[in-house]
Design a protein around this ligand. Sequence first.
Ligand code: HEC
Length: 468
Amino acid sequence: MFLNSRHLALVGFVVGTFSLSAAPAWKDAEGVLKAKCYECHNEKKTKGDVDLQQFAADPQIVKHFEVWLKVKDTIENGDMPPPKAHQMSDSEHAALLGWVNGELDHLAEAQSGDPGPVTMRRLTNAEFDYTIRDLTGHDYGLAKEFQTDGGGGEGFSNTGDVLFMSPAAIDKYFNAARKVADNATIMPGTGIQFHPQRVGLRGFEQVKAQAQQGLYVWYQQKAAPHLPKDDEPMREGDYMLACWKHKNQNVPLDQLAKDMKLSIHFLSNWWNLVNSTEPKSRFLDLTRVAWRELPADEKTATERIKGIEADLLSWNNPKHPGSGVQRQQQDADGIRPYNMQTSVRDKPQIHLCIGDTGDGNKGDIALVNYIEVSVGKEKLNYFHWLNKTLEEKSKQAAVNPPAPNLEALKVRIAELEKIRSVYGKHPQQGRQIEPHVIALAAPTVLDVPMPEGAHWLKIEAQLDMKNP
Ligand code: HEC
């Protein structure tokens, strides 16, 4: 028999109100039920899922106290019998209600007992994680940082006496709360929203980023009169040819601007950019390489320049402004989380190249949060696949007699172990990341072996914003 605390409280309340009246007998109460209730609450007709006739011989109040609680509620509220049915007389009503109350009182008294002082307790670690999950919709698994729950002598981990708080535990709670807050945004109209990952900029950092953005817009406006209009061709080829002439034929830039009808501002900008060695973006860096390799011979140079221009233009998608390579470049530079996908058909491995964003911050760190590989119709979580495959292959390599392809197996295992060892480690000392995340300090190239038959790859990466 199990009573939960809500029912105990209800029953307990009844004690105070009715303990004075002498309890009527079951015989009388049963007579009322028979006359006014069985009609709809019998073995065959169980309105409201209630069969009252089954209790004719024995009300079984202990076993079925929940039914009797309902009976008490419905008659007390005047819900039963329903308005259209024969109603109880006042004496019937008193007999039935009096009997139910009396019985429930006895039961409450029998069940009561002094539970002793109840210790205020903290949540168990599991309760904590479930609570955060219920509140935010995300499973952050924060309680793994907490002290482990002790077990009470009774064998329950939620016994108040063992769930005490130490000052260190309070600190950990604060940290956990901060982590949850780090994943939240408050947007106008949306209220507080929780995200699976830490939200990048906030507070002071955000203001600074906005200021920089504002400055950038100001520069753009100042530069606008000197820039080609939207519908004008950028004339990349002409600008580059002018630069080439300046370099190889010593023609002054302003002379060239005049002769070739180019903007002198833009031209001197080009000149500076192609010759500067300061890293900018890969987009520009690639153009610089082509520029440096231009020959001194005018005819070949002119032809090559046409090629470079065509190349530059092919990177833009005029139908979808902002969707071209330049935009992807910005994403890859860490301005936004960067999601990349590509075909990997027939590729046994791919190389993940992490470059600097070129913003002057040395040693940018990229977080690769998720890799997904499609094999046939299946989409594999690469991390899971890696763990599973390593386990399988290690088993195959350990059998006796040795597998015929043992050498190949060993090579594959070594390859997989190499990338497995990169997971869950942060290049900076003392920094922790989740086991399924790869953190890479730029510049670096990571070899990622592909599952057999893989044909499509998706990667979710972002700049590690915590990195100073
Ligand atoms: C004419 C038919 C009829 C009679 C007579 C009748 N009931 Fe009901 N009873 C119902 C119906 C229909 C429901 C379901 C109502 C609902 O779910 O809204 C119900 C539901 C109940 C419930 C369940 C309520 C709940 O909250 O789940 C109880 C207890 C109950 N009746 C007790 C009684 C008692 C005690 C009597 C006699 C005093 C009685 N009924 C007489 C038709 C009847």
